[in-house]
Design a protein around this ligand. Structure first.
Ligand SMILES: [Zn+2]
Length: 108
């Protein structure tokens, strides 16, 4: 069996520029990768990192941290759904950002 080639980061050569990170307002019909990560977390109990790769969101780690900074609470645990060779994680959205009605109170 031929070992799978490691995925290389997308470059500008040979890769269609489908994931331009423009503000949403410029492309209202094209969700950003951030939106897609959030949507898939909202729609599923748990999401495996490999499923995010399959959605062509290789930078989901950075997006998950952005979610956390925005107040979303998520957890992760090693994936037991797939036969991964290394450790892959299942991500679970636990809570939505706390919407303070009194800004300034409860700020961490
Ligand atoms: Zn998995």
């Amino acid at each position: 069996m031929i070992p799978r080639q490691k995925e290389t980061p997308a470059t500008t050569t040979g890769v269609p520029n489908v994931s331009a990170t423009r503000p949403n307002s410029l492309k209202p019909n094209r969700p950003t990768q951030f939106d897609r990560v959030l949507a898939v977390l909202l729609a599923n109990d748990e999401v495996c990192g490999s499923e995010l790769y399959a959605m062509f969101i290789p930078r989901f780690g950075a997006l998950l941290h952005r979610l956390r900074r925005q107040g979303y609470v998520w957890s992760k645990r090693p994936c037991d759904r797939h036969d991964h060779q290394g450790t892959s994680w299942l991500y679970k959205l636990e809570a939505l950002p706390y919407e303070s009605t009194r800004p300034g109170i409860g700020d961490a």
